[in-house]
Design a protein around this ligand. Structure first.
Ligand code: PBG
Length: 327
């Protein structure tokens, strides 16, 4: 029944018809705002060519204010990253109960007990002096199994501080199982794990690494993060994380990885989070500042594409703007 019986434009003829058949409606409560919380005496971030308001380093009180704004516009969650002033070989700041993330989480939960959920990024790279996500051996390689214990300690320390959801982003093998076992033994069997399952070695993390001071001091992250060419491996990672007890799965970055958002959703059926990362945010900001595109239209189109691909949750530096644009 092709043309002229079928006319696809019939249902596009008015705003009313378009609204009636629209498949995707973004909701503020599915959006997550990243917060970079820095200790007072951190080195200043390098001067960026771009001004990126959502990548500013925040004091704990400024982070609480931003989370209050998030609550006002109805965001579902914030995800907290720490920028410590002290780094060492073992990343001890990551699992210090008085570390920057732990202090920030306590302040957030105390100030906003009914506010957005608090997710924490569980990783070592912001805390290690070499900037890698695990323990480095003398030859520069990253020791998977030695890293697991430190990551598990980090997660239970975050849970003690009051984190609602723990999100391991290190890409070590076995970390989800190690975190689950540690959390269960510490009495946090109800705290969900959002696994950064399909995390790629990407050029799009640049602005975040500048802001967090977490660029690797030597080498790169390709021995643990996924090769952008490998979709089948990404799916295996997701399936393995499900087996280890992950409650939610993440695909990161998001913009160039819609195929994997769809595939992970289809294969696992678990809630899927898409992380619209710092470089993606920077690209849109730069293009909008240059007058090349309309920021609001572009952001809502991009976020809609993640939901259309199958993302239930979207982490984005545009979360506050998007929530305001949606009402
Ligand atoms: C690792 C981590 C990174 C990001 C989130 N968690 C950096 C990396 O892997 O290099 C990047 C987020 C972004 O670019 O927005 N702790």
């Amino acid at each position: 029944m092709a043309y002229p019986h079928t006319r696809m434009r019939r249902l596009r003829a008015s705003a009313g018809l378009r609204g009636l058949v629209r498949e995707i409606g973004l909701r503020a409560e599915q959006l997550v705002l990243p917060l970079l919380v820095a200790e007072a005496d951190t080195q200043p971030a390098p001067e960026g060519a771009l001004e990126l308001p959502a990548l500013q380093r925040l004091s704990i009180s400024a982070a609480v204010e931003r989370a209050r704004e998030a609550a006002e516009v109805g965001l579902g969650a914030v995800i907290v990253f720490g920028v410590p002033s002290h780094k060492d070989a073992e990343g001890s700041g990551a699992y210090d109960d008085e570390g920057i993330v732990q202090l920030a989480v306590r302040a957030l939960k105390q100030a906003l007990p009914d506010g957005p959920l608090v997710i924490t990024d569980v990783c070592l790279c912001e805390y290690t002096d070499h900037g890698h996500c695990g323990v480095a051996r003398e030859d520069g390689s990253i020791d998977n199994d030695a890293s697991l214990e430190l990551l598990a300690r980090t997660a239970s320390s975050h849970a003690r501080a009051g984190a609602d959801i723990l999100a391991p982003s290190d890409m070590m093998d076995g970390r989800v199982g190690a975190l689950r076992a540690e959390l269960d033994s510490e009495g946090y069997s109800d705290t969900p794990i959002l696994a950064y399952s399909a995390k790629f070695a990407s050029a799009f993390y640049g602005p975040f690494r500048d802001a967090a001071g977490s660029a690797p001091a030597f080498g790169d992250r390709r021995s643990y993060q996924l090769d952008p060419a490998n979709g089948a491996q990404a799916l295996r990672e997701a399936v393995l994380d499900v087996g280890e007890g992950a409650d939610m799965l993440m695909v990161k970055p998001a913009l160039a990885y819609g195929d994997l958002i769809a595939a992970v959703k289809r294969e696992t059926g678990l809630p899927v989070a898409a992380y619209n990362v710092s470089g993606e945010y920077a690209m849109v900001r730069a293009a909008a500042a240059a007058g090349a595109l309309d920021e609001r239209e572009a952001v809502l189109e991009i976020l809609t594409s993640f939901a259309r691909a199958g993302a239930d949750t979207i982490i984005t530096y545009h979360a506050l703007d998007a929530a305001r644009w949606l009402v």
